[in-house]
Design a protein around this ligand. Sequence first.
Ligand code: COA
Length: 714
Amino acid sequence: MSDAPAGISRLFEPRGVAVVGASPHPDKIGNRIVANILAGGYRGRVWPVNPKGGTILGVPAVTSIDAIDGPVDVAAIAIPSDRVHDAVVACGKKGIPYLLVITSGFSEVGNVAEERRIVAAAREHGVRVVGPNIFGFYSVTASLNASFGPKDIRPGRVAIVTQSGALGVAMIGKTAAEKIGLSAIVSVGNKADVDEADLLEYFRDHEGTRVILLYVEGVKDGEKLVRGLRAATARKPVVVIKSGRSKRGAVAAASHTGSLAGSDEIFDDVMRQCRVLRAETVKEALALCKLFASAPAPSGENAVIVTNAGGMGVLATDACEKYGVRLYDDHEELRRVFAPMMPAFGSTKNPIDLTGQASDKDYQGAFRAALAEPKIHAVIGLYCETAMLDVARTTPLLVEADAAFRDGGKPLVFSMYGGERVEQGLAALRGAGASAFDEPYDAVQALGALFRHRAWAAEPPEPEVVPEIDAARISAIAEKARADGRRFLLAAEAAAVLDAAGIPRPKARIARRIDAAVGFATEIGFPVVLKVVSRDILHKSDAGGVALDLDNAQEVVDGFEAILANCRARAPKARIDGVEVCEMVAKGVETIVGARRDASFGPVAMFGLGGVYVEVMKDVTFRALPFGRREARGMLKGIRSYPLLLGVRGEAPRDRDTTVETILRVGAILERCPEISDIEVNPLVVYEQGKGARAVDARILLVEAPGGRAGSGG
Ligand code: COA
């Protein structure tokens, strides 16, 4: 058994490292790993393990794991796949707590059983496995490069966790070229044991890490990842690049909620819920990491654009709107600050336009003034090539401004646009560690991420809300359906589930006689709807079994008689159990509220614009359950049709409180009733504020029976 401390910290600060499969041949992976460890300046002892013994890169090898004579906390295993299991057992017996299984040839090629066998052996000995199928890892804390990637890793404050080996190796090179320093890079490969969430737990508390970048291809344990991300983003920014849509998500799901839920959409929404910055491209992700790692956090919201080109200023202004960067617009103050260095024709209205006549000194003056002004919190510096400016002279001033802003506690981003000489200036600026881009949009996007993280960090965490519902009653309904051989609930059962969950439905009662129907109608309030109740009549309207909009007792009497007569004529064999008297649902905004068990993320809730257009509009949003009221309100705000809930064209605002409550209650059904797999309330008709909402229809599915006995349907 290992004596590893709780958490994973010793992986990053091992007392000694073994390389199992170390080889004297320079073309072998085991050789490269030893070479990288030695070149990286690791201070602990390295133990090459090779059955032939000898010396590898000047270090004496031991012939077996057992022969290691000193403390070792990490073993990199780079031997053929059929020997890995025995090596894992030997490491376990030796008490080595962390294994980097470099070897390929496991679940990624279908060899799932062997991968499980390795993890089982590791667990038996209290050992954690990173991988298999990885290139290794790097830890700045230990100056340890236990990988077969590039030798030169630039130390710094960005931690990268990557599922892709090749891309990870490439990122090591790219980050060094872009002057982005790493605090760690971990290749997680098949994630048979250690996954992103385990590593987030470490990086969250790691002082040397200012920003975490995850490259994710597939999510294995989404609920664990969500918990890890929430905890991590409360401390520091997390950037995620996700490629590849989940195959499981692509399998058509049994309900509308499922069919709408392309798993990538769920991923996107859940990342936002976790306050994670999702990057579309590796370039964007690295740019964000560079800025987060080096720039001070803005102390307020006011940004200023300094430019020598009106057009670029306008582009940047558009970008500010898109990425939520607030431009400081106190014109008096702006004039006071910038007028002294403004050339003729210039403008002090943000963007601060120094004009095409701008000189180096004008830029310098504007940056200094912005840095000195406490009401300005961030600056976007734009530089367009002109005949008036010599980029070779200006660039050092921009580098100087960048350093001054860093020291002065304000973020500064640049965009430089022009020909070859400008490209050289841009490279020099980047080389000096600045966040500099050619496109103004890219510069503003990076700054926008800084502001977004600031806003998220300012939000106090909110408690999760899982309302009390009658879960026992719902379970009983589910059991009965299951006993009937069904995986779906009948309309009456679904209605009973909504009642048990406290979700408002149109008021309804079943009458067997005319006088009772009239009594119920009076109790419910006119107008009402009558519907035949018969398990033998599936299409009620076709059988003449529905009467709408009945305004008084006489109309109820007539409607009742007409329904019975129609049904007897059109479906003579049908058993009629009665007539349902229902509240007539008034017009309102039709929404959809759902919840399902996602293959990746576990229980998720959905909200969107409902009714018949739901599949066309696909205006829906998802959240991982459970969550609080603020998050549920965020779901309302997150759909494009949100203005309909606010009330358009003089309409009164809709009852958002009831909508939020309904989302939480639908979520609670999934949280509290393990038998239920999918719920879809569509439409939930939402009335004016204070007048509530009505769940008009609901489809509810049960989880697959353990034996897979009951088929789906409905
Ligand atoms: N303990 C210690 N050393 C052992 C051993 C054991 N149980 N079994 C074999 N070795 C030694 C070998 O003798 C050899 O040393 P040598 O060169 O002195 O003979 C060395 O370990 C390597 O074994 P070898 O059989 O030569 O394998 P290899 O180096 O050709 O390949 C892997 C091994 C792990 C690299 C290969 O199986 C593999 O998985 N490659 C893909 C790795 C990858 O791409 N990972 C994902 C990256 S993202």
